[in-house]
Design a protein around this ligand. Structure first.
Ligand SMILES: Cc1cc2nc3c(=O)[nH]c(=O)nc-3n(C[C@H](O)[C@H](O)[C@H](O)COP(=O)(O)OP(=O)(O)OC[C@H]3O[C@@H](n4cnc5c(N)ncnc54)[C@H](O)[C@@H]3O)c2cc1C
Length: 540
């Protein structure tokens, strides 16, 4: 076990997609990390299939290029009922923040890519076939007792631990954070198959109360079905090849197809009461589990790690007070819960197994689509809870804010003045703090002392101009907003924004307030001055 360190900044328990993405982000922030998994290989059962633009943006932050793993862009999600035909739909064509609104993918391939990227990391050690057995924590550290595959014990001390150990999380149990309250508890058979005679390009919910069935396309010529189990049907019966063949008959047209993966799952809907207890944090399925009807389980886990990674890095590097980590729970838990509530509602609304309820809800939804406001709610995905924080590490907006503080800054395509490739703006903002000037040099109103202090904290200055206005300026980093996604539609010339490493807007205001904005951001950043500042409080 010589390869296993005894002291690290962060110990991640679980290297599913959430643990791997967190390790990747911590590697980019240069934080000494150990990530362990009791399994030696990637879990191959059929699980996540859909990712939205927010998840793809987090994977971009992890350093994954657009073509790092296979995807199918989904133009439309259709709801079909035997009584009303296609009674509703969601338009998922196009992109938001530089990424397709909805794609399908192959989870084991994404997990492999994330693992491969960690192989050369100077900061992250990967230990597979190593289990967490127990943990204790005190004011200074977490002590974890581990066990290797051959039964050898090993002790690791970490400044922080993250339980990314999945739905049956041991970390969550040790913390006394067992999921409480009602759960959804429905059994579904999931089937992935290849070589289907008829290709499809979309997702459809076959809302037949007799057997509700979501059906969708996936990369590699795959299609997926999820069949709800009826009372009395067992896992063994449903996973039997004859049953699977019979269920797929409407799509196979008697032809031989390849059944790739089959599994019965019990879907639950639960959220832990706290995502942080002392020095231990929960992320991904360890913190929240959801039925997959809106494809948000892994997406929520990826939102967790984008929010958590930079905070862990800053605290471990002595750049911020440990109280910064409290904002992880404040910012993430309400949204994770809202997504689960949406998934439960969609499950009941779209796929009831009771005929009378199906007649009522599908009939009502069919009528609602004739009212433009309600139609938009479903068609344009306005029903999806926006990822906007109510409290957390940002300066609460007073009147006049132009960007939504406590939400990610819209991502746009930028063209560099210096010439070269067009890039997405998150890649320009980088992994630290950024002060962005819109149509103005962001450092123009600052004293040399403030400019130097900002640079000393890894802060960047970036200027974004409207398309066609590559003005002469002293700003080294000058970019043109190619599609006009930010300027002038969202922010006027002369506006400034301070953006966190996870691209959440921390502060914004007119260039006349430049010094106040940057001092504010630095006081949040700097451990000495943060003593007087509670993140999330409003500062004029
Ligand atoms: C049928 C189905 C469809 C889904 N569809 C979607 C979808 O379309 N979109 C979406 O976003 N999500 C979807 N999900 C949810 C998604 O698959 C999960 O949210 C995601 O896989 C959770 O990742 P994780 O890393 O948190 O947990 P896991 O992937 O479960 O990883 C946890 C890891 O921890 C390890 N571990 C556990 N205990 C220990 C221990 N004591 N010591 C060391 N290691 C340990 C395990 O071996 C495992 O590798 C779906 C899920 C299912 C079941």
């Amino acid at each position: 076990m010589s390869y296993l360190p005894s002291e690290v900044d962060v110990l991640i328990v679980g290297m599913g997609p959430v643990g791997a993405a967190l390790a990747q982000l911590l590697s980019r922030y240069g934080t000494k990390t150990l990530v362990i998994d009791k399994a030696k290989s990637i879990f191959m059962a059929p699980r996540a299939i859909a990712l939205d633009n927010e998840a793809l943006r987090v994977l971009q932050m992890c350093g994954l290029e657009e073509d790092a793993f296979d995807k199918v862009a989904i133009p439309e999600v259709r709801m079909r009922s035997p009584l009303f035909g296609q009674y509703s739909r969601a338009v998922t064509a196009g992109s938001v923040d530089g990424h397709p609104k909805l794609v399908t993918f192959f989870q084991p391939q994404l997990e492999q890519v994330l693992r491969d990227r960690l192989q050369d990391s100077r900061h992250v050690t990967i230990a597979l076939g190593v289990s967490l057995v127990s943990l204790t924590q005190d004011a200074d550290q977490v002590t974890a007792e581990l066990q290797t595959e051959d039964g050898q014990p090993h002790q690791v001390r970490a400044r922080y631990m993250v339980g990314a150990d999945g739905a049956n999380s041991l970390v969550r149990r040790i913390l006394g954070q067992e999921f409480k309250g009602k759960t959804f508890a429905e059994d579904w058979l999931v089937v992935d198959a290849k070589q289907l005679p008829t290709p499809i390009d979309h997702v459809e919910f076959i809302c037949d109360p007799h057997r509700p069935t979501p059906h969708m396309v996936a990369p590699g010529g795959r299609q997926r079905w999820e069949f709800k189990l009826k009372a009395g049907e067992t896992r063994e019966q449903m996973e039997h090849p004859d049953t699977v063949k019979r269920l797929l008959q409407p799509w196979t047209q008697g032809k031989d197809i390849e059944i790739e993966r089959v599994a019965v799952y019990r879907f639950h809907a639960r959220v832990a009461e706290k995502f942080k207890v002392g020095r231990v944090l929960l992320a991904g399925d360890a913190a929240h589990i959801t039925p997959p009807f809106v494809g948000q389980g892994l997406v929520s886990g990826l939102r967790d790690v984008a929010n958590l990674a930079w905070k862990l890095a800053w605290v471990c590097h002595g750049r911020a007070l440990p109280s910064l980590l409290d904002t992880y729970d404040q910012e993430r838990r309400p949204h994770a819960k809202a997504m689960i509530d949406l998934a439960k509602m969609m499950g009941r609304l779209v796929m009831p197994s009771n005929h009378a309820t199906a007649f009522l809800t599908h009939g009502l939804m069919s009528m609602m689509t004739r009212i433009p406001r309600l139609k938009r709610l479903f068609e344009n995905l306005e029903i999806k809870p926006p990822n906007h924080f109510r409290v957390g590490c940002f300066v609460k907006p007073l009147r006049g804010a132009r960007l939504r503080r406590g939400a990610q800054m819209p991502q746009v395509w930028l063209k560099p003045r210096a010439g070269g490739e067009v890039v997405l703006s998150d890649d320009v903002l980088g992994t630290g703090l950024a002060m962005v000037g819109f149509g103005i040099d962001p450092s123009a109103g600052l004293t040399p002392a403030l400019t130097q202090a900002w640079a000393a904290r890894g802060g960047q200055f970036i200027q974004i101009n409207p398309r066609g206005q590559m003005a002469r300026t002293s700003t080294q980093s000058l970019w043109e907003d190619l599609g006009g996604g930010l300027m002038p539609s969202v922010v006027p010339v002369g506006w400034l924004a301070i953006v966190r490493p996870d691209k959440v807007v921390m502060h914004d205001g007119p260039c006349t307030d430049a010094a106040a904005l940057i001092e504010h951001a630095m006081s949040m950043h700097d451990s000495l001055s943060t003593k007087e500042l509670t993140p999330g409080l409003s500062h004029p």
